[in-house]
Write a protein that binds this ligand. Sequence first.
Ligand SMILES: Cc1cc2nc3c(=O)[nH]c(=O)nc-3n(C[C@H](O)[C@H](O)[C@H](O)COP(=O)(O)O)c2cc1C
Length: 205
Amino acid sequence: MNKKIIIGVIAVLAIFITGFTFNKLKSDDQSDVMINNEVNTKNYENYKILVAYYSNSNTTARIAKILKDEIGASLYEIDTVKDYPESFTEISDRAKEERESGNLPTLKGTLPDISKYDVILIGGPVWSRTVSTPVMSFLSEMDFTDKTVSAFWTDIGKPGNYEKDFQKLLKNGNYKKGLEFTDANEIPLEKVKESITIWLDEILK
Ligand SMILES: Cc1cc2nc3c(=O)[nH]c(=O)nc-3n(C[C@H](O)[C@H](O)[C@H](O)COP(=O)(O)O)c2cc1C
């Protein structure tokens, strides 16, 4: 009789332990899936993003368009009423005069309505180791209160203090670390996309 009771208790315990272990394994599996989902979620999908850019010879424009396609952002082109000349020296001279006089170029069209965006990414070329004057104009006319802002810039390897200068020109806004593209036209599409994903994953938590 005692033996029967003992065997019965062991059997019940065995069933209980097996059931518990199985359920535990199952819930561990599920939490793994959730963790994986979290890792795979692209943070930028949770934000409304505007990409505003100036480009004189289409290098920054290429990056801006890849950004738009990759993250589903809206695109705004910063343009000047008066075109810049063709030659490097002439652009450089005019930009120098604009910076030193404070007579920044007048922008074409209307400024973007940023009220519907959470994040504004602002792109442009490096000119004379600083922010190009059309981007300076844009920054002087915009107020980024309550917005997350970051910069991307293209250059040929001598950015100077681009990012610091950009931040000084920025009115309000919560600035996040930007992204440099050197010799951007040489960077393959997949590599540009990868840099964009890593960058936005880091700044948009
Ligand atoms: C007037 C002028 C000044 C420039 N100054 C610099 C510079 O200081 N450092 C640098 O790395 N590249 C400089 N560049 C190269 C541009 O930053 C680079 O070619 C950029 O990708 C051009 O972008 P965009 O085609 O969008 O205008 C300069 C280009 C111009 C036209």
